[in-house]
Design a protein around this ligand. Structure first.
Ligand code: C5P
Length: 237
């Protein structure tokens, strides 16, 4: 597999074309950003840790029958993935109240949400990723009603698999963000990443924050804690 041109540079990953029209390479960089890119730092080893973490979690999801973009690790910081036509919305599931939900609704952080809450956000940095609903998604043509149902169903399937995975390793999966795309046959496939950059994880006993809130809130030991999460899951880094 040969890496070709830079296709897209996001805040933490760069996407490259390859000599295969149906495959891309995701390069996980050390860049760590928060607050719409207002706070950006380079964190040693984060690209490597997130690349391997993402591969590990996506493999668990594949084992559970959920189609993902990931094919294989190609270097410490790069993965080969299927090319998808990405749907420009973020699917967020919340098992416990935290983050923007707490700010928006004034509820207490840590409140258990039963059933878990599903939210859509539009992927648009300039507009600060506004919250949207199903009607916006269909009216503006970002996805069909059928595709919405599929994204919701898959997002909750991921929740069942990952809640248990993290629970068994002594952590609470508080919330997370997923992005989906369409493959060449029009199937909805899980894309982007699942890493501690895009979810909230708390230690079950102490409620220690083990995700990007450590960076957002200046709590320190960001990558060290991501490595601790990985090791608890049995992933050697
Ligand atoms: O900020 P908020 O509370 O809405 O985030 C919910 C979840 O989605 C968090 O786990 C956060 O890390 C993730 N998220 C993300 N990328 C965004 C927005 C949210 O990974 N652009």
């Amino acid at each position: 597999m040969e890496k070709r041109d830079e296709l897209y540079r996001g805040k933490a990953k760069t996407v490259y074309t390859t000599d295969d029209d149906n495959k891309l390479i995701l390069h996980f960089r050390n860049d760590t950003s928060a607050f719409d890119g207002e706070k950006i730092e380079q964190l040693d080893r984060k690209g490597e840790v997130n690349n391997k973490f993402n591969h590990f979690v996506m493999s668990k999801l594949e084992e559970a029958g959920i189609a993902t973009q990931v094919e294989e690790l190609v270097s410490d910081t790069e993965s080969l993935v299927k090319k998808l036509d990405m749907i420009p919305v973020e699917c967020v599931v919340r098992n416990v109240a935290a983050g923007s939900l707490v700010r928006r609704l004034g509820v207490e952080e840590g409140l258990t949400l039963n059933p878990p809450v599903f939210e859509f956000f539009l992927k648009n940095d300039a507009l600060h990723d506004p919250m949207i609903n199903d009607y916006h998604v269909v009216s503006f043509g970002w996805a069909t009603a059928e595709q919405i149902e599929k994204m919701k169903a898959l997002t909750f399937e991921v929740n069942a698999v990952l809640r248990e995975l993290f629970d068994d390793a002594g952590m609470i999966l508080v919330d997370y963000k997923l992005e989906f795309g369409l493959d060449g046959q029009g199937n909805i496939v899980l894309g982007d990443e699942f890493t501690p950059d895009g979810c909230r994880l708390w230690d079950k006993e102490t409620r220690k924050k083990m995700d990007k809130d450590r960076f957002r809130q200046g709590l320190g030991s960001v990558v060290e804690t991501y490595i601790e999460v990985a090791e608890r899951l049995g992933l050697k880094l």
